[in-house]
Design a protein around this ligand. Structure first.
Ligand code: ZN
Ligand code: ZN
Length: 184
């Protein structure tokens, strides 16, 4: 009996390893795994903050539904990086502390490219250290967007949406293939 159970457990373990290998293979081949990662709805507390720490947003609630990666030029300029990552949270789950300055888009001057804020957005950044921590979209009164980097939390769930890929740096979506040297 014990042997049978052990054998079954080993078989189950083997099947699991095989499944993992298949998923990993799909990822390497650039094919999305069929099974979607399910959202963790347990209640967590996470705090986003600017670099100097005076502007914070604390979220108490489940993982957000909308987590996106954006390649638009507005996001590239604002983040200073090749893309931005952000999530939207229900307002009632957030506590904002500290002072922020705001920048509204679109401004007076039209831009020649499409952006994720074409329908209007207001960005809140720290007047001391200039980190953009959160924003509101004119078309989404119920939620506030937070730049994921301001959580400095590598366990934060990965993006589920990617947008404005016509502006993307071509290496971005396959960063492992670059074979970069790792800095100590
Ligand atoms: Zn600051
Ligand atoms: Zn964008």
């Amino acid at each position: 009996m014990t042997n049978k159970l052990t054998r079954r457990t080993l078989l189950a373990g083997g099947a699991s390893i095989l499944a993992s290998a298949l998923v990993a293979g799909n990822v390497r081949a650039g094919v999305s795994p069929k099974k979607e990662e399910t959202r963790d709805t347990s209640i967590k507390t996470r705090t986003a903050s600017c670099n100097c720490g005076q502007l914070t947003v604390t979220h108490v609630g489940p993982d957000p539904e909308r987590i996106s990666l954006c390649h638009c030029y507005l996001c590239q300029k604002q983040s200073g990086s090749a893309f931005s990552i952000q999530a939207r949270f229900p307002k009632e789950e957030l506590t904002i502390k500290g002072k922020s300055s705001t920048w509204k888009f679109p401004g007076d001057k039209p831009v020649s490219y499409r952006t994720c804020a074409d329908q209007g957005g207001t960005y809140h950044f720290c007047p001391e250290c200039a980190s953009t921590v959160y924003y509101t979209a004119d078309t989404d009164d119920a939620r506030i967007g937070i730049r994921i980097g301001t959580f400095t939390d590598p366990s934060f769930p990965s993006p589920k949406i990617t947008g404005f890929e016509e502006y993307h740096h071509p290496w971005v979506m396959n960063i492992k293939a670059l074979g970069m040297k790792v800095l100590a």
